[in-house]
Design a protein. Structure first.
Length: 401
């Protein structure tokens, strides 16, 4: 479709809005996770996977991905509208977040034809779930210091080591895996390679990790002489670091090409404002407190600014001084805003803020849970400290020292 008119877009928005209104899944009767990082039970997983499949089969996911791989080959604006409607109607998120937003775009950009044919459609339909094997327990934020080893043995690679924070590790069929195929000499990055690794292999054992919220979305994944086919290698040996950096541009939203669909069911700034009308301060609604109003206005302004950042980046006059600032800072801005927003929401509750998920807690403890979970976003994809360094060095040109 070319030369799309405003009338066509408005008609499409009405159609997609109507479909989501009529097909919104009923309350499952159990607590749904906020993001893919909190999926803890089979019931949650099956509910969310069925929902993603239904949205895909209706044609509202992967709309801009090529038709020959299971997409619809439509202009990106249609997917943007569908995603906006999912968010505005507060619908469940798409659980295959890593596949839709990181692995899929990477495979479309850099994968072989057989990779695209093999993986892309099943990513969209949620038939094949994906997880990420980058971080390691001993490496912290130093991704280049990864020590998980991959040794070539005939038609296989033999993997040994472990990865940490592999969200959905117990449900995933594939992992985007960064492993060391050589020491790399003086350059530690040169010895890393990138694999599209199967998870259902003898010797791969994901162990769930309980979070502070009581949920089990994270895993530590152990590799004990696990054999994966050699054709799982993406690119060539030693190219893993460069491919991982490209993956992170998708993860952080600095590069487009994602399949669409919302990735979370997070509370937003409008929810905080509504809470401030119910919370009491000195016998009056908290929203009447000038100090609280000032904090709300700052958060509203920041939230609205983040929403408009993508449009701003497309206007040359507004992006001439630091053209990379908007895409490179997106993950940092979004994760830190959520943390501060949830922190204010908890503080509005006074002593009740100490209660967690229970019938006695305000809103069932959703805000406390969201506040605890918000720290995942400030760590995953590169900590906020790392993100500040990236913006300082790669956008502002500041020296590393």
């Amino acid at each position: 479709m070319t030369n799309t008119t405003e009338i066509e877009l408005n008609e499409f928005r009405e159609d997609v809005s109507s479909w989501f209104s009529e097909n919104k899944p009923p309350d499952p009767g159990f607590l749904l996770p906020e993001t893919f990082m909190e999926v803890s039970t089979d019931s949650q997983f099956e509910f969310l996977r069925d929902w993603q499949r239904k949205v895909y089969e209706a044609g509202y996911l992967g709309m801009a991905w090529p038709e020959e791989y299971g997409g619809r080959g439509m202009p990106q604006v249609f997917q943007d509208i569908a995603t906006q409607e999912m968010a505005s109607q507060r619908l469940p998120f798409m659980p295959n977040t890593i596949g839709l937003n990181w692995a899929g775009p990477l495979i479309l950009k850099m994968g072989r034809e057989e990779d695209k044919q093999k993986y892309i459609k099943n990513i969209l339909s949620a038939e094949d779930m994906w997880c990420q094997g980058f971080s390691e327990p001993e490496a912290g934020s130093d991704l280049g210091n990864s020590q998980c080893r991959a040794v070539r043995d005939g038609d296989d690679y033999v993997i040994n080591g472990s990865k940490i924070w592999t969200s959905l590790g117990t449900y995933a069929k594939y992992m985007i895996l960064l492993a060391r195929t050589s020491t790399g000499g003086a350059n530690k990055y040169a010895g890393l390679s990138y694999f599209l690794a199967p998870m259902h292999v003898e010797g791969i054992d994901p162990k769930p990790i309980q979070k502070l919220t009581g949920e089990y979305g994270f895993c530590q994944t152990y590799f004990d002489n696990a054999r994966i086919p050699a054709d799982c290698l993406m690119g060539s040996e030693g190219e893993g670091w460069n491919i991982a950096m490209i993956t992170l541009t998708f993860e952080r939203g600095a590069t487009g090409g994602q399949a669409g669909g919302i990735a979370s069911m997070e509370l937003n700034i409008n929810d905080v404002v509504e809470l401030s009308r119910r919370a009491m301060r000195n016998g009056k609604p908290a929203i009447e407190d000038p100090h609280i109003r000032n904090q709300l206005v700052q958060l509203i302004t920041e939230s609205r600014g983040n929403q408009l950042m993508a449009a701003r980046a497309r206007i040359p006059a507004l992006a001439t001084d630091w053209p990379a600032a908007v895409p490179m800072s997106g993950k940092l801005r979004g994760s830190e805003l959520k943390r501060r927003m949830c922190q204010l929401a908890v503080s509005l509750q006074g002593a009740n803020g100490a209660r967690f998920v229970s019938e006695k807690a305000i809103d069932g403890g959703r805000w406390q849970r969201s506040y605890f979970n918000s720290f995942s976003g400030t760590i995953g994809g590169g900590t906020s400290e790392i993100q500040h360094n990236i913006v300082g060095e790669r956008v502002l040109g500041l020296p590393k020292s």
